[in-house]
Write a protein that binds this ligand. Structure first.
Ligand code: HEM
Length: 460
């Protein structure tokens, strides 16, 4: 019983469906194929991969007894520098994932995140100053927010200042990391043999990885030499906290991999979300007005003390973030495979082979009119007020025990940043005729979206 045949675009005997995918626009390719084949289909890439955005199927894919996270080829390449850090690890099968998960879950918990508000606010304040200095000059939203999210994760996770609002060029660490992430994608599409003969890019790859690791190792060594119990950062948790189950500590090597992981996982995802949220607010000015009213009130309630702002009061801004991640999830696809050696059959009778990769296409799942209604394509933060979507219909942070550990961190940072931005600035699009487009690397962001900020003039 091989089940119902899974739709597939016509494939070439030599390249399968590889040419159906534009590596620089993976998401758009997947959405285009869905238009022709329906919400569930398979592609013959280097392996055969099934894709779906169908809610009925996704519900089963989210059942952790039947499916588990799969590390696809591109993430296997990222393992060269993120190692067995949480994001690229094999989960339960890998001892260090279990230990790190137990140690880091409380370190990323609501209480710990709350304590990070002063560190987060310090970085947001730097961004506000930077925008004031550049008042009236167009700048790219995603780039500005990336400076914020990088600075914030460096400062909150291990008290390291990348100082991206004080330097013209990105920090060398960040340059190397972007190169490595792009290269990991290229390598995933390159046969092993070819890798071996490309000496130059191979040597450069490993040299760049060494630069990343050396900086992390240096930070850990410094902290061990000069303990800083007052630093309420994740590095202290990683060095000193003990796994309650095994009594073990994280190794220095694993700490290094977690540091690289936080920097990778924590910057583009959050800055993309902030960029989309900003785009949607400018496209729908009534939402900007509401967000500003809410921010003004929260700041007034805090007596103007930014450290006393209660993120939980920013309900409408939270709805803006949720709605931005619904329409434009910055991690657009995540992948699972069956847990059982027999494979699994999905609704519709589609048979998934043992170990076969299944990709969940979030922008399709998140726009299903059966769940979101006839205005599924519209940006309407109000839909989130006093309403929650059905189980597994909204998955921008992944699923189950492999879901995003940094969710609370990202949301608090973004809530505070947006509140301060709308409170302090009048914003406009640099090009009033900007045509919305997305740009995709490991994550998705708006393409060439430039804005102009000016210190706020009016009361509203
Ligand atoms: C995992 C999205 C922010 C750290 C994930 C996954 C998604 C995701 C979809 C699951 C990936 C998969 O199944 O393969 C996002 C989004 C963010 C965000 C949309 C911002 C809007 C952050 C931040 C951090 C972070 C700020 C760290 C400071 C991680 C880690 C994992 C993860 C460590 C792996 C967890 C594990 O498997 O144990 N994220 N993320 N993320 N994220 Fe995030």
């Amino acid at each position: 019983s091989e089940g119902t045949p899974i739709p597939q675009p016509p494939k070439s005997w030599l390249t399968g469906n590889l040419l159906d995918i534009d590596p620089d626009a993976l998401l758009l390719s997947l959405l285009r194929i869905a238009k022709a084949c329906g919400p569930t289909y398979k592609l013959q890439l280097l392996d055969e991969v099934v894709f779906t955005g169908d809610y009925e199927l996704v519900r089963v894919l989210c059942d952790q007894t039947k499916f588990e996270k799969k590390i696809p080829r591109a993430l296997m390449e990222v393992r060269a520098f993120a190692g067995d850090g949480l994001f690229t690890s094999f989960g339960r099968q890998e001892k260090n994932w279990n230990i790190a998960h137990r140690i880091l879950l409380p370190a990323f918990g609501p209480l710990a995140i709350k304590k990070m508000q002063p560190q987060m606010m310090e970085m947001i304040t730097q961004m506000l100053l930077h925008w004031e200095h550049h008042a009236g000059q167009p700048f790219e939203a995603a780039e500005a927010y990336t400076r914020l999210t990088f600075d914030t994760i460096g400062w909150c996770a291990f008290k390291y200042r990348f100082n991206l609002f004080h330097t013209e060029n990105m920090h060398p660490f960040i340059e190397k990391m972007s190169i490595l992430l792009a290269e990991a994608g290229n390598r995933a599409r390159r046969p092993e043999l070819l890798k071996k003969v490309m000496y130059r890019s191979e040597a450069e790859y490993w040299a760049n990885i060494k630069i990343l690791h050396d900086l992390c190792d240096e930070i850990v060594a410094q902290r061990r030499k000069n303990p800083d119990p007052e630093a309420k950062d994740l590095l202290n948790n990683m060095i000193y906290d003990v796994d309650p189950q095994t009594g073990e500590h994280l190794s220095d090597e694993n700490i290094r991999y977690q540091m690289v992981t936080f920097l990778i996982a924590g910057h583009e995802t959050t800055s993309g979300m902030l960029s989309f949220a900003t785009y949607f607010m400018l496209k729908h000015p009534e939402t900007f007005v509401k967000a500003r009213k809410e921010a003004d009130q929260a700041i007034a309630d805090a007596g103007g003390n930014l450290l006393e702002i209660k993120p939980a009061k920013l309900v409408y801004i939270d709805a803006i973030l949720k709605e931005a991640l619904r329409l434009q999830p910055t991690v657009a696809v995540w992948t699972v495979a069956p847990t059982s050696a027999e494979g699994e059959t999905l609704p519709g009778g589609y048979k998934i082979q043992p170990k076969q990769t299944v990709g969940v296409i979030l922008p399709m799942l998140h726009r299903d009119p059966k769940i979101w209604g006839d205005d599924a394509e519209a940006f309407r933060p109000e839909r989130w007020i006093g309403w929650n979507p059905p189980t597994d219909a909204y998955k921008p942070f992944g699923n189950g025990e492999r879901a995003c550990i940094g969710r609370g961190f990202a949301i608090q940072e973004a809530l505070l940043a947006l509140a301060l931005v709308v409170n302090r600035f009048d914003l406009e699009m640099a090009d009033p005729n900007y045509e919305f487009a997305i740009k995709q690397a490991l994550t998705v962001k708006p393409k060439d979206f430039r804005i102009i900020a000016r210190p706020r003039r009016g009361k509203t």
